[in-house]
Design a protein around this ligand. Structure first.
Ligand code: HEM
Length: 343
């Protein structure tokens, strides 16, 4: 196999680590020295070799450990995976999209054999070799969406499209930045975005929805979003806030470089063929400050972005209290030089 999978955890002893390769390809999200919400969408047509944009569904060294963590979250709380009854067909669409993409993009890791509706799926990293009948739920151990999203990094929202809107009618959400599928299930695009500050009045969600409603099959799109997380936690859900919220108070000037993580979401959008649903994979990448600082222009830029971020955004993203300590740390890496050479 080409990828060396890490044996690591996203809880308890937090043994999660990024290799030099993972740091190098980390999707640093800032194109300039300041940040404000925008409709930052582009086509998802691949990207430079080795980058996180290259494949339709990026698989990296954290794959096996992330899937182990997802299984633990689902065992504790089955409501992290929900699919309203009319979304089963979309689940099959998603299963097909991921199996076809992964077997084509990573033939050394995944294999898919199809003879009519008789399919065989081989997932080597997870040791899975299952034969099943496509569109027959009784032949899989879980519903189609749950089956395949237990084998794919990142969260997945599956949106039904009707009445010129998108509806959160299915999903597997175990690695989210403080929002809840169980709370949002059945909501539409404006309803689930209601808590976001400053973006509604800028018309961002009206324009974003228009773009999404017109996404065509075979022409996926993508955008980046980001926030901050103390410790390499995947599951920062409201359901478990009592476990992780308190960890934000453990940051000190001595440990901030190792404990404070920039959390970047590579969000993609794919139209699904039979159901006309839209799938929204949200892939989370974590990198701690000390690893980010190994790239000098990231250090300079992160300092300026965090320093100048509007208070509403720092509050919404949950790091307003720790911002002064972050700035003390980051300022040491900002020598005042320009960062005009892009990311
Ligand atoms: C935040 C879902 C597409 C912009 C959020 C939240 C959810 C969500 C659940 C958290 C809200 C909360 O605090 O409870 C989705 C889904 C999408 C989608 C399912 C796909 C259909 C978009 C698009 C944009 C966008 C296309 C483009 C501008 C934002 C922004 C935030 C947000 C700016 C705040 C994020 C932050 O500051 O960390 N989204 N979203 N979303 N969404 Fe979306």
């Amino acid at each position: 196999m080409t990828i060396q999978f890490n044996d690591e955890t996203f809880r308890d002893d937090y043994s999660f680590r990024n290799s030099e390769w993972a740091i190098k390809r980390f999707p640093f999200p800032f194109h300039e020295d300041s940040y404000m919400y925008s409709v930052n969408m582009e086509q998802h047509r691949g990207g430079p070799e080795g980058s996180v944009y290259e494949k339709r569904f990026d698989v990296d060294e954290h794959y096996v450990a992330e899937m182990r963590d997802r299984a633990m979250v689902l065992a504790d709380d089955p409501l992290r995976c929900q699919s309203l009854p009319h979304m089963t067909l979309a689940g099959w669409d998603l299963l097909e999209l991921i199996m076809v993409s992964k077997s084509e993009d990573y033939p050394d890791l995944f294999e898919l054999y199809r003879d009519g509706n008789n399919w065989r799926w081989v997932n080597k990293p997870l040791g899975i070799d299952d034969s099943f009948v496509f569109l027959d739920e009784t032949t899989l151990p879980y519903g189609p969406m749950e089956y395949i999203t237990r084998q794919a990094q990142g969260d997945f929202c599956v949106l039904d499209q009707r009445d010129d809107n998108l509806w959160m009618d299915a999903g597997t959400v175990t690695t989210q930045a403080d929002w809840s599928l169980d709370f949002d299930i059945g909501m539409n695009f404006f309803e689930w975005h209601a808590p976001v500050p400053l973006a509604h009045e800028k018309g961002i969600f009206v324009r974003a929805l228009k773009f999404l409603l017109n996404i065509q099959q075979g022409a996926p799109a993508r955008r980046l979003n980001w926030t901050m997380t103390v410790n390499p936690l995947l599951d920062t859900s409201p359901e478990n806030y009592h476990k992780w919220g308190i960890q934000k108070t453990t940051i000190t000037p001595e440990n901030i470089g190792a404990k404070q993580h920039l959390r970047v979401e590579l969000q993609t959008f794919f139209r699904l063929p039979r159901s006309n649903a839209l799938v929204f994979p949200i892939r989370c990448y974590l990198c701690n400050f000390q690893d980010l600082m190994t790239v000098p222009k990231w250090g300079r830029r992160l300092h300026r972005v965090i320093r100048d971020l509007p208070e509403e955004l720092a509050t919404y993203k949950g790091f307003i209290d720790n911002r002064p300590m972050m700035l003390d740390y980051l300022s040491k890496f900002d020598d005042g030089q320009p960062t005009s050479d892009g990311i």
